[in-house]
Design a protein around this ligand. Structure first.
Ligand SMILES: [Zn+2]
Length: 648
């Protein structure tokens, strides 16, 4: 659009004219019972039968406002009501307000490469008037929209650009389209076509723009008194007009969309709302049916049928009652379901000081475990697996590190406890074995509760995700363990591996939330160049999204011999007597607390912070009488609690 026709310049012109506009508008609109002292008159809207003046001048907005039908009329609307285009109306306004302007380009084709149509109109519009009158469109509306008749009696819809230059003409027979007989419903006159909107050059850009899906509907809506209306050029399957008229569309504060009452129409509504902006779109949902005075029901397919059966008033009301669209991406806080962490399901870890800190591993969340090799990750995960099953959470495990028999050995050893182990001295070192009877009982206990991803299956990310989903649905698995992320084949190259890893983490987080499972993922720390230390978030390997998206991150640190010699102050580090230190380094649901010193029992491969942890009997062994403290190293435990190593 001409940059001289900005909102600001129009406003400036109205300011200059001031209250004198009231009489000008009333005069142009032929406002009945107009009172120049009170600046009030009857509403000129044909769809509003206003006998007592209810249209009143608002000196601040420089327009009339109707208290009956909420229409507004400014000087531009008033000029356009006399048959002028928007550009002509602005010309008049600027002239009246003495604002310098030059619209001499109006109506002059300027694009040398464009083939403009050369229509030949009939002498009269008798066929057009007659046919459209049957569809309740009056000759006045036909003329106001510039609808023409060609020499064969067809109806012609001229499309003008915003310089009032005729760009293309759509033609259709002036009779009902016969299905199967007429080859096409409509066609374009020879020449180039543009994705303009019909009636685009008679639109007041400071009023809400009504957009509908065909020229017939456009005429029907105009007939109902809503004159700031356009229709789309190519049917509701094409949205090219949004792109091509974007600059013009950008200027509107409000759109009112009138869609057809069918599936394509509803899809169009959704698509256009998104393209034009949910915040400024209102939608007219026409009633599906209309019951006439004889009690007969009629399906209302579009705006023209609504006018035909329901009348002007009904169509005007439907448009006035256009509804604001929900912004799909947000919800009102009051509608959000209440949330109490205590009510969220989840399994405790069985490590008392850790449970005191984190309560449980909640379903719907992702927990990351990190630590260098030998820091106790297998022991920790075996505890998580056994405790989950103990608390009724069936479990699915992928181990890229251990073959499944070895994985089973880890899990069952932790589950067995010292009392169900046999000790043997072999070649100078001590080895522990599960008693055969206990192994058999545990096997029965695990059946239907614990599932391993087959180590013969490819560890591709999509297959793993599918396996998890199937196992959650079929076997009700609610704890998912992945050891470890680097063992998952992301089908990545060097160029895209970080994107792939990021995408994999996002998929796992989404899966945990959607399936309502507690997920545990092992991620190795990045290479530390031989340095052994307590890990922080920044030490996780790979992309930052793993730490950002996870709900909790746990790190394991194996206490080194170098930690057991006094420092420069002559004191031992507080965790010197521990075997392993477990830290919560991220906790989205609360504190990270202090690092937790733990002891490691090489027999049962359990972590413990008190003899109770070693004595703990899982369900299959609940009434067992064997001594679960038979290999208990009491000296080591006492050193831990003696104060040499207080929690720190
Ligand atoms: Zn009114």
């Amino acid at each position: 659009m001409d940059s001289n026709i900005s909102r600001e310049r129009i406003e400036e012109a109205k300011q200059k004219l001031g209250d004198a506009q009231a009489d000008m508008i009333a005069d142009l609109l032929k406002m009945e019972k107009y009172n120049p002292q009170r600046r009030i008159g009857c509403c000129p809207n044909p769809a509003h039968k206003d006998d007592t003046p209810s249209c009143s001048y608002n000196p601040r907005a420089h327009n009339f406002y109707c208290f009956g039908c909420s229409q507004t009329y400014d000087l531009i609307d008033a000029y356009m009501a006399t048959g002028l285009t928007f550009l002509q109306a602005v010309d008049k306004l600027f002239e009246a307000a003495d604002i310098p302007h030059n619209f001499s380009y109006r109506g002059r084709p300027s694009d040398r490469d464009y083939k403009y149509p050369k229509p030949e109109w009939a002498e009269t519009k008798e066929h057009v008037y007659a046919y459209w009158q049957k569809r309740c469109i009056s000759p006045a509306t036909i003329d106001a929209l510039g609808i023409m008749e060609d020499k064969r009696g067809n109806t012609c819809f001229p499309y003008y650009d915003d310089s009032d230059v005729l760009r293309c003409v759509k033609v259709r027979p002036s009779r009902a389209i016969r299905k199967g007989v007429d080859k096409q419903k409509c066609w374009w006159m020879p020449g180039d076509t543009m994705h303009l909107l019909f009636n685009q050059n008679r639109i007041n850009v400071s009023q809400p723009l009504i957009i509908c899906c065909g020229e017939g509907d456009c005429a029907a809506i105009y007939e109902a008194g809503c004159q700031n209306v356009v229709s789309i050029p190519m049917g509701d399957g094409s949205t090219q007009w949004v792109t091509e008229n974007w600059e013009w569309l950008e200027g509107f504060e409000t759109f009112v969309l009138v869609h057809d009452n069918d599936e394509p129409g509803r899809k169009w509504k959704a698509e256009i709302t998104r393209r034009l902006g949910e915040y400024r779109c209102k939608v007219v949902d026409l009633p599906e049916t209309w019951t006439d005075d004889q009690g007969e029901q009629h399906h209302l397919k579009d705006a023209n049928e609504a006018l035909f059966w329901g009348g002007k008033q009904m169509l005007a009301d439907a448009i006035r009652n256009a509804k604001e669209q929900r912004i799909e991406s947000v919800e009102d806080c009051s509608d959000v379901t209440g949330f109490n962490m205590e009510q969220v399901d989840g399994a405790t870890t069985g490590i008392a000081p850790l449970d005191a800190l984190i309560s449980k591993a909640y379903v719907g969340t992702v927990n990351i475990v990190t630590g260098v090799a030998g820091s106790g990750k297998s022991s920790f995960l075996s505890t998580i697996i056994n405790q989950s099953i103990e608390q009724g959470f069936n479990t699915w495990v992928f181990s890229g590190e251990l073959a499944n028999p070895l994985l089973k050995n880890w899990v069952t050893t932790v589950c067995a406890g010292q009392g169900n182990l046999l000790c043997e001295q072999k070649n100078g070192h001590t080895a522990y074995f599960i008693k055969p009877e206990a192994a058999k009982q545990m096997n029965d206990y695990y059946r239907g509760r614990l599932y391993f991803y087959k180590d013969t299956e490819l560890p591709q990310v999509d297959r793993l995700l599918a396996s998890i989903e199937a196992s959650v649905k079929r076997f009700d698995c609610r704890t998912i363990v992945l050891d470890n992320l680097m063992c998952i084949d992301l089908e990545a190259t060097d160029d895209n591996k970080w994107n792939r890893q990021d995408a994999a983490i996002r998929s796992l987080v989404e899966l945990a939330r959607r399936l309502d499972v507690a997920m545990w993922i092992v991620i190795h720390p990045r290479k530390l160049n031989g340095e052994v230390k307590m890990l922080q978030l920044g030490d996780l390997s790979g992309v930052a999204s793993s730490a950002n998206l996870a709900h909790r991150v746990f790190s394991l640190y194996r206490v080194q011999d170098s930690d057991r010699v006094p420092g420069r102050n002559g004191k031992l580090p507080p965790y010197a007597a521990a075997d392993v230190v477990l830290s919560v380094i991220k906790n989205r649901f609360g504190d990270t607390g202090h690092p937790i010193p733990l002891l490691y029992d090489p027999a049962s491969r359990r972590f413990y912070s008190s003899p109770d942890d070693l004595e703990f009997r899982y369900a299959w062994d609940r009434h067992g009488t064997t001594d679960n403290l038979q290999y208990f190293n009491r000296d080591k435990y006492e050193r831990l609690v003696s104060g040499e190593s207080e929690p720190f």
